[in-house]
Design a protein around this ligand. Sequence first.
Ligand code: AMP
Length: 211
Amino acid sequence: MLGPPGAGKGTQARLLQERYGARQISTGDILRRHREQGTELGVRAREYMDRGALVPDSLIIEMMAGELHGGSGFILDGFPRTVAQADALDGLLERLEQPLTAVILFESDRDQLVRRLSSRWTNPRSGRTYNAQSDPPRVAGIDDQDGGELIQRPDDQPATVQKRLAVYDEQTAPLIDYYRDHGYLAAVDAMRPIDDVAAEIARLLGARPAA
Ligand code: AMP
């Protein structure tokens, strides 16, 4: 899944996981778990994440080498985010003998992204997100599934959101041409309702519901 922060990659990856059984692997969620657990990686990642910068490629690539296993399929959400990471992913997938199926580009409108991120509420335990306006939880501030508290991520604050969007333009957007050149790119209009976007992605992937 390729696209700017707030485009709905995590939401769609989670839906695809529920409906089609492919495992969601979100680098942001993994890094946040490392921070909670106070691992060395978590401590090192914190300073970058809190200012909306990318965590260095070497740390991310090493982390992902440990996360990706062969066997069933997976959905990558938030990785790769740089050309160096995309090159490393090619090598990892080759070693797993698991070819890339497609790269889904989430096409989005900038003003809507800023609005989405600033009204986003997150379950810090599962990574599930809500939007206070368009996709609210049943009870404000409480997760529908586990009944625990929702939080606003510190990096969803307005100044950090602008920085993350600028980082996307500079470091991640070059991957659009990279994957277009390699013939993997399929674009969706990510500003449509959640279920419409999900249906479009399933159609593009030729996905079949999990038994
Ligand atoms: P996300 O939840 O995907 O918005 O990620 C939150 C933060 O984690 C980002 O702003 C980065 O600081 C860091 N991060 C997540 N994925 C990556 C990645 N692939 N490369 C570098 N940093 C990442």
